[in-house]
Design a protein around this ligand. Structure first.
Ligand code: ZN
Ligand code: ZN
Ligand code: FE
Length: 742
């Protein structure tokens, strides 16, 4: 017999780890105890076969557990153990106590379909391996009294399950059943419709209605994804002419309409149940779902409510966030009645409150595996380990950017990157952002000693940092992107310099101009700008972000093709913007790759006048681009990458009638080649050890693949768990500040 002390670190609390240990300890004839404490799970055990037990800890761990480390040492029992027990938690410590929300597990999904079960057809079934977590949390520690389930008293049956370590609902805080849990109803014209809410809702959807459906992290607007008229009506009511709509369907349904690899299917079925971008393939759905794009976002049903509704409806459903344009998603019942009544014909409601607003995560499979494009439900509040060398970092709070805002906390060698909070131009999002700052501080018992923010003085996030009272590090936007990628790839603090290809929208540059197409040589501690796109004016400032023709005219002028602009963009105020640029009025210089995408898109006829959502022109260009097209030429003189020859080639191509798929593909491949060449040189000369790819443009898989192809043979770091766009900025800021503190 051996007496051991076993420490398990990772995501091991609130995931059924103690009952799991209890079970395998009993099987092994062990005596002792298991308990939660601030560092994770602690086991004291006397048993004959320690190796088998330790192996089982890793091999048979519950589905939502993530084990970072198992440390085994000798133990001396003060009192002889007689049995194996789950002991009371010890110590205070919050940071690892809350896990992300998890999609309905197979056992619960089967149960709600089994007429012999008491939870047959019940929309709020869950267990230790699935169900709401972060979205129902009102305080810490995480137990039922500190969730929005507090008002539902457990019935005797549920209590028995909750207290039985052998039951899969042991200590599942949101456990519920039809006798004691939340209830579902359909509401129309202000009153409840009598009857089965799921059956009634499916009928309304089949008839072409638009429903507001209360989900996990907010309300969705839903309609029949196969009905062009329902989709058109939804777009008309939301005044959203073209922004792609996400769909919810079963794996079988998705396979009929999308190209899906085994990796895609596995990502869809992840407990986080993200929206996964998949190519349109097979039986076509109405083009209006994602006009002009080659991919559609799909997700699996992730609550029993969704499972039951999809089954009753029998086809894919549009599931787009229920909000007013630009505002955060609606979460309250009264809020929904007030704000969504103009959009929805009926409301599928329930009485379990949503404590935290969480958008659906958006992800895609790249040659490196899954890549998070928007971090939300299912991923937050999962922590990210810090790369080697950051162990002694001081607690840091990073304030993020302006668009796709998110904050990041560093504590105890881990980073906690918040979910997507939205664009801070919107007043309600600003409120949401301020709430997140206090919310995350409380949740993670975080007392920062250092703050980090963007160099841009006018970002709402920067102003928030200014008033925080913290010593602040102001981080250049694209340096933060670089550090974010390094951290995501676990590049060590002393791993040496890396060449970062940063292809992005716009960010405040160290020289006062607007940056966004750079090669930065550096690491967490600093950087040097060794190459960049030749800057062009952004005529009209922010107007240039939404009206692609403005960028096209500037690039034509630079290429000596000013005369072409009038033919391509008839009726535009060309003289006015040129005069403004000449006078230096509201026309900042910018090396933004995003705006170059817009310029080329406008030349090729994609949304030249106006984009109806951010990235529309670039996404439409990407959708048609032929990835096999020959790269168009760019000039490179002393690190200034000049797109003028490419612009000239496009105009020649247009005159010759070369298809836009060729020109779009040639533009992307040429851009990839020009930047990869500049970065590759730094590795060849020994100045850099690897190349890192960051910035929003790298969410475009064709560009990512083209750059990867040009960098063959060079070590490349890419984003995976952290968005390459501004949603990942806060992690980079946090790491740069943390590096300073070590
Ligand atoms: Zn379950
Ligand atoms: Zn019950
Ligand atoms: Fe950015």
């Amino acid at each position: 017999m051996k007496d051991l002390r076993i420490r398990v670190r990772g995501q091991v609390q609130g995931v059924g780890f103690r009952p799991f240990v209890w079970q395998i300890a009993r099987e092994a004839g062990g005596k002792g105890e298991v308990l939660n404490d601030p560092e994770g799970v602690l086991i004291h055990i006397r048993l004959a076969d320690p190796d088998g037990f330790v192996a089982a800890l890793g091999d048979r761990a519950p589905p939502l557990a993530r084990i970072d480390a198992v440390e085994v040492s000798d133990h001396r029992f003060a009192i002889e153990p007689l049995d194996f027990v789950i002991a009371a938690s010890r110590g205070r410590g919050a940071e690892t106590r809350v896990t992300p929300d998890a999609a309905t597990c197979p056992a619960c999904a089967a149960e709600i379909r089994n007429p012999a079960e008491r939870r047959f057809g019940y929309a709020f079934s869950n267990c230790t391996h699935c169900g709401p977590r972060f979205t129902i949390l009102t305080g810490l520690p995480y137990d039922r009294a500190q969730t929005t389930m507090a008002r539902f008293a457990l019935c005797p049956d549920c209590r028995t399950e909750y207290q039985d370590p052998a039951d899969r609902r042991f200590h599942a805080q949101p456990v519920a059943c039809p006798a004691c849990g939340p209830r579902l109803w359909l509401e129309e014209a202000g009153s409840e419709v009598p009857g089965d809410a799921i059956y009634l809702s499916a009928g309304r959807l089949k008839a072409g209605a638009i429903l507001a459906i209360k989900g996990l992290g907010g309300f969705h607007l839903a309609c029949d994804a196969a009905s062009p008229s329902a989709i058109a009506e939804l777009r008309r009511r939301k005044r959203r002419p073209a922004k792609p709509l996400a769909l919810m369907a079963t794996l079988e349904m998705i396979a009929r309409h999308a190209g899906m690899t085994p990796e895609d299917a596995a990502l869809l079925a992840d407990p986080a149940a993200p929206i996964v971008l998949l190519p349109k393939d097979g039986a076509p759905l109405p083009d209006d779902l994602a006009p002009g794009l080659s991919v559609i976002g799909w997700m699996l049903p992730y609550t029993p409510l969704h499972h039951l509704l999809l089954e009753a409806f029998g086809g894919p459903l549009v599931m787009t966030s229920g909000n007013l344009s630009g505002e955060p998603q609606v979460i309250g019942n009264d809020e929904a009645r007030e704000k969504l009544s103009g959009f929805a014909d009926a409301f599928l409601m329930h009485d379990r409150d949503i404590a935290r607003r969480l958008d659906d995560s958006v992800e895609r499979i790249t040659p490196f595996g899954p890549m998070v494009l928007r971090r939300g439900r299912g991923r937050v509040p999962g922590t990210l380990p810090l790369p080697p060398g950051f162990e002694a970092a001081k607690p840091v709070l990073a304030f993020g950017g302006q668009m796709k805002s998110a904050i990041c906390l560093v504590k105890n060698g881990q980073a906690m990157l918040s979910h997507h909070l939205g664009d801070l131009d919107d007043a309600l999002t600003q409120e949401e952002y301020a709430k997140a700052l206090s919310d995350f501080a409380a949740l993670f018992d975080h007392r920062p000693e250092l703050g980090a923010c963007d160099l841009h003085p006018e970002y709402v996030s920067t102003r928030s940092a200014d008033t925080s009272g913290l010593p602040l590090l102001r981080v250049q936007h694209h340096h933060a992107h670089l550090a974010s990628c390094l951290g995501d790839a676990m590049w060590p603090l002393d791993g040496g310099p890396v060449a970062g290809i940063i292809l992005d929208g716009t960010g405040y540059g160290s020289d006062g101009t607007v940056w966004g197409g750079e090669v930065l040589l550096g690491d967490y501690r600093g950087f040097e700008r060794i190459a960049h796109l030749r800057p062009a004016p952004l005529p009209g400032g922010d107007a240039a972000n939404v009206e692609p023709w403005r960028n096209a005219v500037m690039r034509l002028d630079q290429a000596g093709l000013a005369g072409v602009a009038a033919d391509l963009f008839p009726g535009k105020a060309l003289a006015t913007i040129r005069a403004a640029v000449a006078a230096g009025f509201n026309a900042p210089l910018s090396s933004s790759a995003g705006r170059l995408f817009d310029a080329v898109a406008a030349l090729l006829g994609f949304c030249p006048d106006r984009q109806s959502y951010e990235g529309e022109a670039a996404m439409r260009l990407e959708a048609v681009a032929d990835v096999a097209a020959a790269a168009l030429p760019y000039a490179n003189e002393n690190g200034i990458i000049d797109p003028a020859p490419m612009i000239s080639a496009i105009i020649v191509g247009l005159r010759k009638g070369v298809p836009s798929s060729q020109l779009a593909g040639g533009f992307q491949s040429g851009l990839a080649r020009a930047f990869a060449f500049a970065a590759r040189e730094t590795v060849a000369s020994g100045k850099a050890k690897a190349v890192a790819l960051s910035g929003g443009c790298f969410q475009n898989p064709a560009l990512l693949n083209a750059v990867l192809a040009e960098l063959r043979g060079v070590p490349v770091l890419v984003h995976a768990r952290v968005p390459a766009n501004d949603g990942g900025l806060a992690l980079g800021q946090a790491l740069i500040a943390a590096a300073e503190s070590v």
